[in-house]
Structures are given as C-alpha cells and as structure tokens.
Design a protein. Structure first.
Length: 314
C-alpha cells in the first residue's frame, strides 16, 4: 500500500472525481481508480465521495494505492551499473546500446527486463518504476522508483521541471557561445519515425553552454528544462550543430577537411550519437533532501574527445 496525495488544480473545477483522478494519476486505469473510489481508498479533504461527484478545485486528494502486478515482461539476468540505491530509488548508469523499454523488435534484453530480475516487485509499478527514458544509444544516469510513493513523487517533480538533468554532447561545428533553444517539438510531418521543430509541437526548452572547443567540433553541456523525445538531438540539429554520430538527425556523414588519419578512423567508427547523461539531481521522494549524482563520459566518448584534444596540439 502507498498513500499518494495531490491537490486538485483549480482548472479542474467542475470535473467528476473519477475524471480528475485519471488526469492526476495517469498511470492507473479509469476502471482501477473507480474501483478504489468504491472501496473507500480515495478521500477528498478527508471525506469519501462518489465517482460522479464534481469537485470545486483546490481539494486535497488522498489515494490509498494498492501495489499489484501491472507488467508481464520477462525478467532477464542482465548486469546493471548501479550508482546509488536505497529503499525508495535506484540510480542506474545506462550503457549505450541498451534499450530502456520493451517494444516491437526489442522485447528482450532491455533495462526493464534487467530491473525485473534485480527487483521482481518492480512489476507492480508502472514501467517497472522508470519515470524517464534515455534513447538506446545515449549513455548515462537514469532514475528508477522502487515504490508507488516514490514513483508519484518523481513524476510530479518531472512535471514541475524541478529535476536537474545535464548532458554532455559532442557536436559538429565550432560554437562561439552558449545559449537557449526554445522551440516546440512534435512528430516530423513527413517522416513519422523522427521528431522535428514544428509550430504546433509541444513546448521544448534546452539550455547549453560550452565545455570545450576544438577545430571543427564543440563539447557542450546541455541542461533540459523539458523532456521531449529526442529533444537534444532535434534542437542541436535545428541550430545547425548536430550531434556527432547521430544516424537520424546528424545529416549526411562528411569528413572534416584536413583531419588526421586517426581522427578520421575515430569519427567513422563512432556509430552512435555522442550524448551522455552526466548529471541528475532530484528531491528525495521520502526524506525531501536534495540529492545529486554525476557520471563521467563512457570510454568511447572519452577516447573521441581525447583524439580531438590531441588534434588541437598538432
């Protein structure tokens, strides 16, 4: 059992209780929420209401959520690089190449499969406790909730944009300064497998600053304010600084002029987007304490950056 609390937003005034619950707790089905209302698991300002009762906005909702199996994904013995763990959260350093969620073409060998082997009771949580995702070929820090209470807290923090997420990205081109990209992102109008900056897309804000400049590349530190799919990759390509190795948004491969054989070999051999989730900061869902973790770039990115640094000395 977990007691989840939420304040009804004023804009939901006039909505039925079950409709409000579906909006506030989207990880549970409408039928499940309605059954919890009937079984006295939902209190509004301390009182029991019916599903059809309308709310005024501003009420405090308490939901006594019951943990039950919601996943049927197979557990698999896949090693996990655990950066931090306590009774409530798990922080993973995800390697490049590991898919986060099972889907068509990747039903096995995913992070979810690995988590269910490590902690079988995660099958009672939406998405095995994963509240945000990294692309298959992006490495770095990813948070996992170990309880319903922790899951609800982390989801709320993401929606409130209070979680700190910083990435290291190696981009093509010589940047002159950092900046902010505030451009909406949505599904590409022609290629439905890609996203793009489009006028009717969802709000997306990306801040970036320079870490190190090379002759024809720049290492940038990127801070996400929102979390749209492929956000960093789309935004950096939009301002004409696509990520090195990005097979989707990086454009046609072009070798920089006058580069050394060593750099040419390294660039041709780098087969993923050069993107690493380097910093993660959040309010602990139980203690309320601010926690922060940092993770160095993986070997492949470090080696590529090292080659670029040596090119500067030649």
């Amino acid at each position: 059992m977990a007691i989840l609390t939420a304040k009804v937003p004023e804009q939901m005034a006039g909505m039925r209780l079950d409709q409000c619950l579906a909006e506030i707790f989207p990880d549970y089905s409408r039928s499940k929420l309605q059954s919890w209302i009937k079984s006295d698991r939902v209190h509004v300002d301390g009182e029991q209401l019916k599903a059809k009762d309308k709310l005024d906005g501003g009420e405090l909702i308490e939901l006594n959520a019951e943990a039950e199996a919601v996943l049927e994904t197979e557990a698999e013995d896949i090693p996990l690089d655990i950066v931090f763990e306590d009774d409530d959260i798990l922080i993973i350093n995800k390697p490049a190449g590991l898919v986060v969620h099972p889907a068509a073409g990747n039903w096995h060998g995913t992070l979810v499969n690995a988590l269910l082997h490590y902690l079988p009771n995660l099958n009672t949580l939406p998405r095995a406790g994963i509240v945000h995702r990294l692309d298959k070929d992006t490495s770095g820090l990813l948070m996992v909730a170990k309880s319903l209470q922790a899951h609800h807290s982390l989801v709320d923090q993401l929606q409130e944009r209070s979680i700190q997420r910083e990435y290291l990205a190696l981009v093509k081109g010589w940047m002159t300064a950092g900046g902010t990209i505030d451009q909406p992102i949505g599904r590409h109008p022609v290629d439905r497998k890609r996203n793009a900056v489009i006028a009717n897309g969802k709000t997306a804000v990306t801040h970036y600053r320079l870490e190190q400049r090379f002759k024809r590349h720049t290492l940038v530190r990127v801070k996400l304010e929102t979390g749209r799919t492929h956000q960093i990759r789309v935004h950096m390509a939009h301002i004409h600084y696509p990520l090195v190795g990005d097979p989707v948004y990086g454009g046609r491969f072009q070798m920089p002029a006058d580069c050394s054989p060593g750099l040419e070999h390294a660039l041709r051999g780098f087969k993923r987007q050069a993107l690493h989730a380097a910093l993660l900061g959040l309010e602990h869902p139980v203690s309320g304490e601010y926690c922060q973790w940092e993770q160095a770039m993986p070997d492949d990115m470090q080696q590529l950056v090292g080659i670029l640094q040596r090119e500067e000395l030649d």
